[in-house]
Design a protein around this ligand. Sequence first.
Ligand code: SF4
Length: 100
Amino acid sequence: MVWIDQDLCTGDGICEEIAPDVFEGRDDGLWVVKEVDKHFDSTIVFDAGEGEGHGPEGSRGVARVPDSLIDDVIESAEECPGECIMIEPYDERIMSERGV
Ligand code: SF4
């Protein structure tokens, strides 16, 4: 699973260049994580936006990473100049809180 600490994000977009199915630039120039329906049941962007398809940002907005993209996400975290891409083991508790 992965989340971004937006307080540290420099807004360069390197993460999205490496893993565009996991990272997305937000209107304010900071990057957020997402799950896309290509890999999961539905698309959710953890951008603190309103309504369906949006989730909280920061440490409360933790996205699952498809197995096929784990290496790309690790590379993104290694390349991230803000050192703000946080990778965590899969957590069933987080998913049950989301009702998934
Ligand atoms: S690579 Fe890191 S600092 Fe750059 S946009 Fe992505 S999260 Fe932000």
